[in-house]
Design a binder for this molecule. Structure first.
Ligand SMILES: [Fe+2]
Ligand SMILES: [Fe+2]
Length: 162
């Protein structure tokens, strides 16, 4: 039987993955408003990935014989000033997710739940790749600055990715 505190941590993380999806939908809506539809489309792709992550946490908790608790999803909170600010908000968010998942692995190690450690391994790798991707996009948007041509170039590039 899974440790109760560990099950709660996984359940909270499930809710946070659903919040991640909601956040990315919010970021996409703002990018659509700015008429950067390639970036918006990319964000919506991320959103769907986060929904899959949430469901994977749900399945793990359920398979472990515990109950996942679905909590209200707060409205997406982010800096919507510029495309750079929008992407930086996503990057900051992913850093927080990485830290939270690390805390769960640390606790799983403490209670010797190697199943949870193995389950989270894929997510640690996923976080590394998400942070790297967002870090690169933020750097490129910073380089682009107020240059509309450069912004549209990144927009087209992201449209081609998803
Ligand atoms: Fe995720
Ligand atoms: Fe993510």
């Amino acid at each position: 039987m899974i440790n109760l505190k560990l099950a709660t941590m996984l359940s909270d993380e499930m809710n946070f993955e659903f919040y991640s999806a909601y956040l990315y939908f919010g970021l996409a809506a703002r990018l659509d408003e700015l008429r950067l539809s390639g970036m918006a489309q990319w964000m919506r792709g991320k959103s769907r990935e986060e929904l899959d992550h949430g469901m994977a946490f749900y399945r793990y908790i359920s398979d472990a014989g515990a109950a996942a608790e679905f909590k209200p999803v707060p409205p997406p909170a982010f800096d919507d000033g510029t495309p750079l600010a929008i992407f930086n908000s996503a990057l900051e968010h992913e850093r927080r997710v990485t830290a939270q998942q690390g805390t769960i692995s640390s606790f799983a190690l403490e209670v010797h739940d190697f199943g949870v450690i193995a389950f989270l391994e894929d997510y640690h790798a996923e976080q590394r790749s998400e942070e790297r991707q967002l870090d690169e996009l933020s750097a490129r948007l910073e380089m682009a600055g107020d240059d509309h041509g450069a912004l549209l170039f990144v927009d087209r590039e992201l449209a081609a990715q998803k």
